[in-house]
Design a protein around this ligand. Structure first.
Ligand SMILES: [Zn+2]
Length: 252
């Protein structure tokens, strides 16, 4: 079996560990590059917890991105387009969230993507506060692992409008920061972890869950006490934090 696909299966099982509460049933999806042109992404109807090689589709990245460039497409044309983007036509149809994965892998320059629906993050992202509690920081590890500035996506009907919004936001982030974001927060939906290794996206997902649970916990104690921007910058650029980041990335 393709080495990346084997690692993707293992990552999917880890993300679906019931102890983590990141995804149940058919929730969530994962992806990684297969070669220069194609990538593996969870197929429609597969479950992260039990997925094997047959639960993934291999899809042509350019073909998916071309659909995004096409302004007027009906739901039926999107279905047909996604099916024709399959590198191996005998594989299962990829989900509509395939657009998100193609953008991250082929336009933003990350190698691994994990989208989940953690109860903790959703408790905040589905509240009247939306993503606001994540716009300031409360402890060093969430800055080190999840990055200084998560990308926030408002609720948009899944499909092309959502994918185009995400594409614009990610490009804007890349232009402003010169590197891809680590975490994307989707209001009324879930989170996306972006990384260069499977361990990165697992760590980001787990830390986003801890960050969310901590935010929720602070509201029983008078609310979050945010770090100052100066403190945040210092944590983000400390040499020992950079070392910790590399160490975490190498753990698998
Ligand atoms: Zn989702």
């Amino acid at each position: 079996m393709d080495e990346n696909l084997a690692m993707l299966i293992e990552l999917s099982h880890q993300l679906a560990d019931p102890a983590f509460n990141l995804a149940i049933l058919g929730e969530g999806n994962t992806s990684t590059r297969c070669d220069q042109e194609t990538f593996w992404v969870k197929a429609s109807g597969s479950q992260l917890a039990t997925i094997d090689s047959h639960g993934f589709s291999r899809v042509n990245g350019r073909a998916v991105l071309d659909l995004l460039d096409n302004q007027q497409l009906s739901d039926a044309e999107i279905e047909t387009g996604l099916k024709s983007a399959l590198a191996d036509k005998s594989m299962k149809k990829p989900s509509v969230e395939t657009f998100l994965h193609a953008i991250c892998l082929f336009e933003i320059g990350v190698d691994w993507v994990a989208h989940t629906h953690p109860i903790s993050a959703m408790s905040i992202l589905c509240s009247t506060a939306g993503a606001d509690p994540f716009k300031q920081h409360i402890f060093p590890d969430e800055i080190v692992v999840c990055g200084q500035a998560p990308v926030v996506i408002p609720y948009i009907d899944p499909g092309l409008p959502l994918a185009r919004y995400i594409r614009n936001e990610l490009k804007r982030y890349l232009d402003a920061h010169g590197e891809p974001p680590k975490l994307m927060l989707m209001e009324n939906h879930g989170i996306v972890a972006l990384g260069m290794q499977p361990a990165d996206v697992l760590n980001i997902s787990l830390m986003a869950d801890k960050w969310s649970r901590t935010i929720l916990g602070t509201y029983t104690m008078g609310g979050p006490k945010y770090l100052s921007q100066e403190q945040v910058e210092r944590i983000d650029t400390r040499p020992d934090e950079a070392y910790r980041r590399r160490l975490l990335s190498s753990l698998n």
